[in-house]
Design a protein around this ligand. Structure first.
Ligand code: GLY
Length: 372
């Protein structure tokens, strides 16, 4: 069954506007969709090594059919690849092929490959075009759209990077079927986020269809990915550089990054799992501040449980320590003149940006979560 959306989602950014295709069978059409965007029929593909193992033959065949010559660079799987060393290695591999300003890079993988390749494209020859073929749920609904690129530093995640919009995004739902269930559920946290921010109907839809989506229902997946991309495209079109409302997309992320930092960005807690827990903590904080009904916190917890996402912090060696966890908040990119930015909620679908969260209530939330 081919589920191809009637038309691509358009991210409207003037001359930097681009299409986001969501559907099945897109890998086979990749060559013909990409070809009109290329000045020279050559692509440099940076692919996650696991994705390349599974899906490179299909993508290569599609590029061959469209007459696009290609070079392949395999990126080791995992967050460790968002490093200066990997960036240098990738740039050096591209430069060995004697690229020109119109040579395009293609990111074929999840968020790590997308962020790394997008950053490389933004600085190679002072900027070359790039295309995203995201292969994880998280990258299809969030990181491949919107032009945030970057790598990690010892001091924290994504601290070095750029805004560099892709020319095209192809979100092929078929690619999700080879993802481990835990990885899929982790990415699902970013889908739920769109409901929590400003779309209570979508949250209700997810309550009904989320379990089937995770169990493999292709139509539910296509609907949710497309709906999420529409929400992301709207938000980015309105605030590309995150001077305002784009920050809403960080719901659950300030808490989440702190949890990830405490678990050493390891498989103890995947990024999406941290975002799911962070969203719960944001709703808990909102409820304690009297902003949000506690029943909405319960509803969110019940939904995350229904799809098998963690709703408690995982056990870690030495146990969770509130003060240490809170210290990570101040390394966040979103710190503004020393003030922390949190996304709070007046209910499901009613999120807002807050820069004056009372520290004592924040501390109480973190302390309770660390103790539970
Ligand atoms: N992932 C959040 C953003 O793109 O702004």
């Amino acid at each position: 069954m081919n589920i191809v959306a009637p038309s691509p989602v358009r991210l409207d950014l003037g001359e930097r506007s681009y299409d986001i295709h969501v559907g099945t069978g897109l890998l086979a059409r990749a060559g013909s969709l990409i070809r009109p965007l290329l000045k020279m029929p050559t692509l440099f593909v940076a692919a996650d090594e696991t994705v390349a193992e599974l899906h490179w033959p299909a993508l290569a065949a599609s590029l061959d059919e469209a007459g696009i010559a290609h070079h392949l660079y395999r990126v080791p799987s995992g967050e460790g690849s968002k490093s200066f060393a990997r960036l240098e290695s990738l740039l050096s591999a591209v430069l060995d092929t004697r690229p020109e300003r119109s040579t395009a890079l293609l990111a074929f993988g999840g968020g790590v490959v997308g962020d790394l390749t997008g950053f490389a494209a933004s600085i190679l020859l002072r900027g070359v075009p790039f295309i995203q073929i995201p292969t994880t749920l998280l990258s299809q609904v969030d990181s491949s759209v919107g032009g945030k690129t970057g790598i990690n530093m010892a001091q924290g995640k994504n601290l070095v990077g750029s805004f560099h919009q892709p020319r095209l995004v192809l979100a092929d739902i078929d690619l999700l079927s080879t993802l481990p269930r835990r990885e899929l559920a982790s990415g699902y946290a970013e889908v739920v986020k769109y409901g929590l921010i400003d779309d209570p109907d979508f949250f209700a839809w997810l309550e009904k269809h989320g379990p089937a989506l995770l169990d493999g229902d292709a139509e539910a997946r296509a609907y949710a990915v497309r709906h999420s991309c529409q929400a992301k495209a709207r938000t980015v079109a309105g605030d590309e550089r995150e001077s305002g409302t784009r920050a809403l997309l960080n719901l659950g992320h300030t808490f989440g990054h702190a949890l990830e930092a405490e678990t050493g960005f390891s498989s103890t807690l995947l990024h999406g799992e941290a975002v799911g827990l962070g969203s719960l903590m944001a709703f808990d904080l909102s409820a304690r501040l009297g902003l949000c009904p506690a029943t909405d916190l319960d509803r969110l917890r019940a939904h995350l449980e229904s799809v098998g996402m963690p709703t408690r912090l995982p056990a870690i060696a030495g146990g969770w320590q509130a003060e240490r966890t809170m210290a990570h908040f101040f390394h966040d990119k979103k710190v503004d003149q020393g003030r922390l930015t949190f996304i709070l909620a007046r209910g499901i679908g009613k999120s807002f940006i807050s820069r004056d969260v009372p520290q004592d209530v924040l501390r109480a939330v973190v302390t309770d979560w660390c103790a539970s």
